[in-house]
Design a protein around this ligand. Sequence first.
Ligand code: HEC
Length: 149
Amino acid sequence: MKKIAPFFLVLALVFFGFGCGSTPTTGSTPPGTTTTSSGNTYQALANQGQGVYANKCVACHGANGQGTGVGPALWGSSYQPGIYNGGTLFAPNGQAMLNFISSSMPLNAPGSLSHSEAVNVLCYLLIQDNQITPSSTFDEGQLSTLSLK
Ligand code: HEC
């Protein structure tokens, strides 16, 4: 046993070491961080979101949200939130749109946005599309009741 015990100790350390190291970090948001943007105005968040849009969305959705050959329009008279090519991408409310952006956009790197980036760019899009009064207060808990037209 005296010779074997250290071997098992090392084995255990390696095992647990790898166990910890390979624990999947699923990108889940730590508790309490999902509503940090609440309390700001939509406009304040959209000011941040404009930069996100310029960096990560404009290539496919266009400088004026008019769409390109790759991505559809995201604001303007012909834009219907959640409808793409006649099919439904998400329910027409703010929460569903946030979820879609977080999980599916940018199309070339889905899931890469931080929570606040997704919130900020959502606020930018909602203002561009006249879905919200810019000076109103953003409350993430109320997003599901914000119906989009
Ligand atoms: C590489 C191209 C590309 C990039 C970059 C991209 N998108 Fe998209 N986006 C698309 C395509 C294509 C669709 C159509 C739906 C689909 O294919 O999933 C779409 C759909 C959408 C929709 C749904 C439109 C609707 O009908 O309501 C939203 C919202 C959206 N994108 C937001 C964003 C945001 C925000 C960013 C930047 C963070 C972004 N996209 C970056 C290509 C892109």
